[in-house]
Structures are given as structure tokens and as C-alpha cells.
Design a protein around this ligand. Structure first.
Ligand code: GLY
Length: 612
């Protein structure tokens, strides 16, 4: 029998400290110049519009004399189960699945399909991702089992190492940017192994939703951004959905994806295989070819997920299960391993020293990440395998200096890193302690910007997560030969869908996020925030710090105290203070303490969790 219903209360997010003097004119000019370079390089377009937006907010913030406006943040307390996704409709659909007798796997399937309908800018069946699934112990004498399903896109068979050499933008926009989609195969595999409700029942809510729903702020804001508005108004495939009367729809108006609804109805009836063979596949291949791509029928038919025991580590006595390479799970474990060396970290809390230390752990993490790639294609995978080990962190730790930070080469990065801004994460736990952390992505916002008008499927641009030989990236860094496109290879990912168990083996946390290279640093910081006593929502909402070696910048959210910022500058960090409201990374959490489940979705993307 169901216990009490969910109690929704405002987050305990800490009051925000305001700094009116953080963005100095000179520094701001430097950043604006950097942004102009981004534009010239025809890259990171979504980042550009967001950063500009963030600048205008910084200005107006200063005018508003000491007040920020944050989206509302909530924490959900529940006793049976909970879903934290980036969209309230989808969290509710997931909880509906739980209430209807489904387990966490069923719930994450219905939630993920829903995200692909309403937040199609983040993820969808034209994309791919990774999940970590915890199967609770079947009896008191056994332990849980935790698995990864890797449903990352792969490079088509006709891909080659130099395919973007003469046209780097082709890895981002158009048919050539499209990797073989894996999302439906991933959901199918999870359902086949652990699902309990009929597949059709899990797809049906999205079939109905796609027929028409009320557009929400996050989608509206994106399609009205200048760059995307021209796509939505100028391209008939997109215009039919987003500007059906010749003007862009707005929040509060009904949006219909009837083409996608038809596709989902076929997938509900025939199963996920319908995307990989038959009329849907024919239509996708035709569309990708007509937009310059190389995706073939064979690529779709030959796509396979990978299932394996999760990558396992420990942090302060808890067991951490995350995803293997090519995700950044090994890097997350490395950063946690480094922080574990500080015995007094928890008692000391958020001191200047500890902020500095976690930036240093992050910089070593980013250096380690330059070695990560699809291990199947690595000549020698030992350099990836050592990253999450305690022994490796023991070697690295003595190089963290408390008095100062260092130039990037000190951390021994080997090659460059890439960034992106689509992606969606959902965390679910059910009444039996089955839990799923699932991150799915079409890569950049609206993926490759190719939408097949027949099927309504938006195709990913995951090929941009590969490197291009001979072409330094946007920051002038050399590309990684570990991560060049090859037929059937999976590109490097920053995602880290992670599950953590308490010392006694019971479920503690399912966590993950979106936001390109900021994903694993954000997950890392939320884990630490919770150790510092914050509830799930406060831990998510708190300001973040990001340093990925290049550009030479510690990007600090605008809630840190003057003392911390001055102290970090003294230690040599090139601190830039940014508006906390910019969408840099977004985290979703479900956690359990005693008999209570707590769930929170990041307010930065207006997410709301649900529970029962
Ligand atoms: N495309 C986002 C990621 O996998 O890192």
C-alpha cells in the first residue's frame, strides 16, 4: 500500500551572496573578445547566445542593486519512489509509471521518451547516451548488482579520421554530423532485462504528449534565441512545428509534433527495432543523405549497445558506481579519490583551502580526461584503466600544492577537450531500491539541426565529440589521436550517470547532469555539497566553480564570497565571476536517507522532480 504522498517544499538553497564588483570592465572586455572569437570560429553558438544573455544579466544585476532572480527550486520528499528529470511533465510521467506498478527502469524509459518530446533540444530518439542501473539485493544475504548500458552513438561505417578536416563546422551542423542513434536500443535493452510493464505502455504517454502540449519556458527561450529563431523560421522542416503560422510559438501556446507522435506510435506497437529497419529507417537515411551525411541502412541495422558491470570505486566508505570510458566516469572517480586524501574536508567545509583543492582536483581531472576515448579502439587501454584507481590518485595527490595553482602543462594534459551544451539527465529510484541514472543527449542544442519531417526525429551531432586531426580546436589546442572518428567508434563523452551506495550497501544517490565538459565537475561538486550537509536541492542550486585547464580561467558562480574570490586570485587562479543563472551545467538527483527519498531537479533549466 502506498504510504504518504510527496511533500514538496521550497529548496533549502542557501541565501545568495551578491558581489557587485566581481566583473571588472577589463575582464569583461577580455571575455567579450573571447566570445567574439567563438562566433568567428563558428562554434559553440548556443554558448555564445547564453553567455551574451549572462552578460546582460550581469549588467542588470548591478543595476538591480544586489538581487538575483533565480528560478524556483524544489526538493521533493517521498516514501515510495521519485524521478528527477529536467522537465516537470516528464518527472510526473515517470512517477505515473511507478505508481502504475512499474519499476525504476520502466520509469526512466517513460521519462526519457518524454524528454525527447518536450525538451527535444536536449535529447531524443535521434541521439544516444549511457545509463547506470542498480538492481537491489534479492535477499538480505546478497548484494546489489549495478550495470552500465552504453547506448552512445557510433561513427557510421563510412566515417574516417579526416572527415572534418576541411570543414570543421560539418561535425556540428548537417547530415555529416550525425552519429548512429542509440537511445532506443539502450531503452530496449534495459526494458528487456529489467522492465516489468509492457513496452507500449511506457511509450504511450509520449505518443499522446507529442500530439500537442503547452510550450514551456525553456523551449520557448531557446527557439527565440537569434541563432535558433533563424532555423525555426527559415527551415520548413522546423517551421512547421515551431512557427506553424509563420511566427515563433511562445510559452503557453500549444505545440504539436504530430509527425513524431506517429513515429512513436509505430515504435510503441512494433518495438524499438522500428527505428532501425523499415519505413522510419528509410526516411532517416534519406534525410541524412540529402543534408550531406553518410548514415546508411547497415549502420542502423548493425548498431549494438554494450552492457557491462558498472565502473566501481569508493569515496569515504561509500561505493560509487559510474560509467566506463568513453564517458568521464573514470575522471569523476579520480577527482573523488584526490579529495579523499583530505581527512578534515568534511569538518572544515567550504573554506578557501578546500575550494582551491577542488579546483586543483578538477584540473588534474581534466588532464586525465585527455587520455579517455572509446577503449575498444585504444591501442593500450591501461592508461584509461588506471585513472579511477586509488593508486593513481596516490601518485597525483602530492602534486596538489595548497599555496598556488599552476599552468596547464603542470597537470600533464596530453591533448585537447571539447565542449557542448545539449544533453539531459534523469535519476530514478523505486520502492525496492532499484535505481537508474541515465544521461541522454543529441549533443548540441537541437543536435545537428537536421529534423526529418516525415518522422519528426531530430538527429544528433555527436560526431563533434570526436577530435579532428591537424585542426586545433577553438582554444588552439591540438586534437587527441585517441579520439579521432573511426567506423563504429564511440566519441568521448563528459557524461557520468552515477549511483552511490551507503556503507551498508543501501541506496544513497543517483546523480548525473548535462552541460558538456561541465557535467562531471558539476556532479563532483554536488556530491561534495551533500557531504557538507546540504540537502539534494541546496547542493544542486549552490554556485559552481569550473576550470578545465583551457581557457585559462576559473569560472566562479556569482555566489562565492569576496574572501574566497580574493583568496583564489592570490593563489594564482584567473577567476572570472559569472552569473549563476547562466545555463552552464544542470544536475538531477534522487537520494535516500533513512526511509525518506529526496529528489531535486536543477532550477537552472527549470526542472522539477516528482515523487510519491
Ligand atoms: N555530447 C555530450 C557528451 O556526451 O559529453
Amino acid at each position: 500500500m502506498e504510504k504518504a504522498g510527496p511533500r514538496v517544499r521550497p529548496s533549502e538553497a542557501l541565501p545568495l551572496h551578491i558581489h557587485t564588483s566581481k566583473v571588472q570592465p577589463k575582464r569583461r572586455w577580455k571575455l567579450v573578445s573571447a566570445l567574439i572569437s567563438l562566433a568567428v570560429l563558428f562554434y559553440w553558438r548556443d554558448c555564445l547566445s547564453r553567455c551574451l544573455l549572462s552578460f546582460s544579466k550581469v549588467s542588470s544585476r548591478r543595476r538591480e542593486t544586489h538581487s538575483y532572480t533565480r528560478n524556483k527550486a524544489y526538493i521533493i520528499e517521498a516514501t515510495n519512489g521519485a524521478v528527477a528529470s529536467e522537465n516537470e511533465i516528464c518527472s510526473n510521467i515517470g512517477v505515473g509509471t511507478l505508481k502504475g506498478g512499474g519499476n525504476a527502469v520502466d520509469a526512466v524509459i517513460s521519462t526519457t521518451l518524454c524528454i525527447g518530446v518536450v525538451n527535444m533540444f536536449s535529447s531524443g530518439i535521434g541521439g544516444g547516451g549511457f545509463m547506470t542501473v542498480r538492481i537491489p539485493p534479492s535477499s538480505p544475504n546478497t548484494s546489489s548488482e549495478v550495470f552500465n548500458i552504453d547506448f552512445r552513438e557510433v561513427a557510421p561505417a563510412l566515417a574516417n579520421t579526416t572527415m572534418y578536416k576541411n570543414d570543421p563546422a560539418a561535425s556540428l551542423f548537417g547530415g555529416l554530423a550525425v552519429g548512429v542513434p542509440g537511445e532506443l536500443r539502450g531503452l530496449e535493452e534495459a526494458h528487456r532485462r529489467w522492465g516489468t510493464l509492457p513496452w507500449k505502455q511506457l511509450v504511450q504517454p509520449s505518443v499522446e504528449l507529442a500530439r500537442g502540449w503547452t510550450m514551456q519556458t525553456e523551449l520557448s527561450r531557446r527557439i527565440h534565441e537569434e541563432f535558433f529563431a533563424s532555423l525555426m523560421l527559415g527551415n520548413p522542416d522546423w517551421r512547421a512545428i515551431f512557427a506553424p503560422n509563420g511566427r515563433l510559438l511562445q510559452a503557453g501556446e500549444t505545440i504539436r509534433r504530430t509527425n513524431l507522435s506517429r513515429t512513436l506510435a509505430m515504435i510503441a506497437e512494433e518495438g524499438p527495432g522500428a527505428l532501425y529497419k523499415g519505413p522510419i529507417a528509410n526516411s532517416l537515411v534519406k534525410k541524412v543523405h540529402s543534408t550531406g551525411g553518410i548514415l546508411s541502412h547497415q549502420d542502423l541495422e548493425h548498431y549494438r549497445v554494450k552492457v557491462m558491470p558498472a565502473l566501481q570505486g569508493t569515496y569515504r566508505g561509500r561505493t560509487v558506481y559510474t560509467t566506463h570510458a568513453p564517458t568521464s566516469g573514470p575522471v569523476l572517480l579520480h577527482m573523488l579519490n584526490l579529495m579523499e586524501h583530505y581527512d578534515a574536508l568534511i569538518e572544515e567545509g567550504r573554506t578557501l583551502e578546500n575550494m582551491h583543492r577542488y579546483i586543483e582536483a578538477m584540473k588534474f581531472g581534466f588532464a586525465a580526461r585527455t587520455k579517455v576515448c572509446d577503449p575498444t579502439f585504444a591501442n593500450d587501454s591501461t592508461s584509461i584503466e588506471e585513472i579511477p584507481t586509488k593508486a593513481y590518485s596516490d601518485l597525483v595527490f602530492p602534486n596538489i600544492t595548497d599555496d598556488r595553482t599552476h599552468a596547464p602543462e603542470y597537470y600533464h594534459p596530453i591533448f585537447d577537450m571539447v565542449d557542448d551544451h545539449g544533453t539531459s539527465h534523469s535519476s530514478v529510484v523505486d520502492k525496492n531500491g532499484m535505481a537508474v541514472a541515465l544521461t541522454s543527449t543529441v549533443n548540441m542544442v537541437f543536435g545537428s539541426q537536421v529534423m526529418d519531417p516525415e518522422t519528426g526525429i531530430i538527429l544528433n551531432d555527436q560526431m563533434d565529440d570526436f577530435s579532428t586531426p591537424g585542426k586545433p580546436n577553438i582554444f588552439g589546442l591540438y586534437p587527441s589521436p585517441f579520439n579521432y572518428p573511426e567506423p563504429g567508434k564511440r566519441p568521448l563523452s563528459s557524461t557520468t550517470p552515477t549511483i552511490i551506495e551507503h556503507e551498508d550497501g543501501s541506496f544513497y544517490l543517483a546523480i548525473g547532469g548535462s552541460g558538456g565538459s561541465r557535467i562531471f565537475p558539476a556532479v563532483f561538486q554536488v556530491i561534495l555539497n551533500m557531504d557538507w550537509g546540504m540537502d539534494a536541492s541546496a547542493a544542486i542550486e549552490y554556485g559552481r566553480i569550473h576550470d578545465q585547464l583551457y581557457p585559462l580561467m576559473a569560472d566562479v558562480d556569482s555566489v562565492y564570497s569576496d574572501e574566497i574570490i580574493a583568496g583564489l586570485r592570490e593563489k594564482g587562479h584567473n577567476v572570472t565571476v559569472s552569473d549563476i543563472n547562466r545555463i552552464a551545467s544542470v544536475v538531477q538527483v534522487v537520494s535516500k536517507k533513512g526511509d525518506n527519498i529526496y529528489a531535486a531537479s536543477d532550477s537552472r533549466k527549470n526542472g522539477v522532480a516528482a515523487g510519491y
